[in-house]
Ligand binder design. Structure first.
Ligand code: PRP
Length: 173
């Protein structure tokens, strides 16, 4: 049986996303930023954040995969679908749901840097630093979470639970 416990409520998420949006708006108001999301996990946070920014932004998505259908990262990140639009001299803000080992972000930041953007920064809703394998600089962070399996707000467990508005820890019993 799978047991879920609320870790961060949708009210807490809403408030924190508003604060992050205010910081980003201040830093990017005159920069015509391009938001970059990694599918699938980031689409809920991306949608919440971009609607709170209140500045003109563009958005692109990449499709990466490392976890497959399981709960443990394979350690090997694959680019399933990249970005066709030119990134040269653009101010890029990567918007991610969770940084765990950091392998996904490390791969994505490297992929983006190769396209010669003006700048690349990272906004992550959740950080699980206890699992980090490679260092990743998080410029805007929502919450730090414990070393437990997390679902909700776009994050899945075997493709389930992405739709949940709150963030939960999962325990298999
Ligand atoms: C999840 C999550 C992050 C990544 C973080 O994606 O959305 O992108 O793992 O883990 P890491 O820091 O250990 O690399 P996943 O590969 O499960 O694909 P999904 O977004 O389609 O759920």
């Amino acid at each position: 049986m799978t047991k879920l416990e609320v870790l961060i409520s949708k009210e807490q998420i809403d408030k924190r996303v508003g604060e992050l949006a205010a910081d980003i708006r201040r830093d990017y108001a005159d920069k015509d930023p391009l938001l970059i999301g990694a599918l699938k996990g980031s689409f809920v946070f991306m949608s919440d954040l971009m609607r709170k920014l209140n500045i003109p932004v563009e958005v692109e998505f990449v499709r990466l995969s490392s976890y497959g259908a399981g709960t443990e990262t394979s350690g090997k990140v694959k680019l399933v679908q990249g970005i066709k639009t030119p990134l040269k001299d653009r101010h890029l803000l990567v918007v991610e749901d969770i940084v765990d080992t950091g392998l996904t972000l490390h791969f994505l930041l490297d992929y983006l840097q190769r396209r010669k953007p003006a700048s690349v920064k990272l906004c992550a809703l959740l950080d699980k630093p206890s699992r980090r394998v490679v260092d990743v600089p998080i410029d805007y962070l929502g919450f730090t979470v414990p070393n437990k399996f997390i679902v909700g707000c776009g994050i899945d467990f075997n493709e389930e639970f992405r739709y949940l508005p709150d963030i939960y820890t999962v325990e298999e019993q």
